[in-house]
Design a protein around this ligand. Structure first.
Ligand SMILES: Cc1cc2nc3c(=O)[nH]c(=O)nc-3n(C[C@H](O)[C@H](O)[C@H](O)COP(=O)(O)OP(=O)(O)OC[C@H]3O[C@@H](n4cnc5c(N)ncnc54)[C@H](O)[C@@H]3O)c2cc1C
Length: 342
């Protein structure tokens, strides 16, 4: 375990921002965390955990210690006639886990194919796509409490999963290092192709009775055709969450904007498509200097090559403001903004 100084993390964040971190170390075993945080260089310093860097926007250089998660290992820890429980070290690449499960015809995460990043960041925002969320297959996770350095186990209930939410984004923000996640995968996969685009894609692939591999292939194909590849154009996927509003507010918006689409939620609420709201404000495809909203996906903010984190953040604030002025709806970032006081 070595602690490096003044390290560029340009290759370690999907926005491709040339951020310098004053200190940087890779964690290969949770037992290293205590000594790193107590080392003479880093004691008392600010720190953060970095997985794949696909859901972070650094506003400026990071004056502190970055702990890059390199924990590895996928192990079956239990099984019965219907399920397999798989314990996965948090530094594993999420999509590699999806491929691992598909190789064994285990069902549950095929719809989450090709989501970038690490397994350990998955529970942070309860990653989701194409009608499935991580919580649907989550069993438990282990995390190190960064105050006591004790290991703790969190059940699904403890994690308080919601739409792109968990306890780790709120009351336990920056307080735990998630070290492993255990998933309950299905030996008799129940295919979920209720999300329109998947069944359409499967029809194009001429697949009648889809396997988990077929669903994964369809999802991969859709994602590749819809989303910019961060290796080519820096981005962090959807920048904002889809906002939830009261049905009453939705009905009055519908009078002024008949094309507005809302998805009913429990508790008399409606979910709106943030991308649509942003597009209606004229942002889709708009470029400001080195940043902008993507030409096909208004919700995706991009770095054309030399943007700074501050420029992207300033654009996000302008977009947020214009959506509020036009619709009276507040949109919140899905991306973790590093460097502002929240
Ligand atoms: C092209 C693209 C498409 C995307 N599509 C989707 C999508 O369909 N659905 C979706 O939900 N997300 C999507 N995302 C967002 C992103 O991939 C996920 O949020 C992913 O889980 C982030 O993983 P990461 O390892 O890169 O996290 P990072 O960006 O490294 O970290 C994100 C946050 O989690 C914290 N964190 C990371 N690891 C740990 C840990 N082990 N313990 C405690 N805290 C930790 C970090 O400190 C940070 O606050 C997309 C991103 C991109 C670039």
């Amino acid at each position: 375990m070595s602690i490096l100084q003044n390290v560029s993390i340009k290759e370690l964040n999907t926005f491709g921002l040339n951020i310098q971190s004053s200190y940087f170390t890779s964690i290969h075993d949770v037992s290293e965390i205590h000594s790193v945080l107590h080392s003479k260089e880093c004691i008392g310093k600010k720190y953060m955990i970095l997985g794949g860097g696909s859901n972070v926007l650094f506003i400026h250089d990071f004056e502190g210690l970055i702990l890059r998660n390199e924990l590895r290992g996928i192990h079956i820890v239990n099984e019965d006639e219907n399920y397999v429980w798989v314990k996965v070290a948090s530094g594993e690449v999420w999509h590699e886990l999806v491929l691992w499960s598909i190789d064994r015809n285990l069902g549950g995460i095929e719809n989450l194919s090709l989501i970038p990043g690490s397994v350990g960041a998955g529970p942070m925002q309860n990653i989701g796509a194409y009608g499935v969320e991580l919580k649907d297959v989550f069993y438990e996770l282990e995390a190190m409490n960064l105050k006591t350095f004790e290991m703790e186990t969190f059940s699904k209930l403890d994690c308080k999963f919601g739409y792109r939410e968990s306890v780790f984004k709120h009351e336990f923000k920056d307080q735990y290092f998630i070290s492993s996640v255990t998933f309950q995968l299905n030996k008799n996969p129940r295919i979920n192709i209720s999300y329109g685009a998947i069944s359409q894609e499967l029809r194009k692939m001429v697949v009648g009775n889809p396997t988990v591999k077929d669903v994964s292939d369809a999802v991969i194909h859709i994602r590749k055709s819809k989303l910019p590849d961060p290796k080519i154009l820096g981005n962090s996927g959807s920048f904002f969450k889809n906002p939830e509003i009261e049905t009453e507010q939705f009905n009055s918006l519908k009078e002024n904007f008949p094309a507005i689409v809302g998805y009913p939620l429990p508790n008399n609420k409606m979910k709106l498509a943030a991308g649509w709201l942003i597009e209606q404000c004229g942002w889709k495809g708009k470029r400001i200097g080195e940043t902008g909203s993507h030409k096909d996906q208004a919700l995706v903010l991009v770095n054309y090559g030399n943007a700074t984190g501050n420029e992207i953040y300033a654009l996000a604030l302008q977009i947020k403001q214009s959506v509020f002025e036009k619709f009276g709806v507040v949109i919140e970032p899905e991306v973790n903004i590093i460097g502002i006081i929240s």
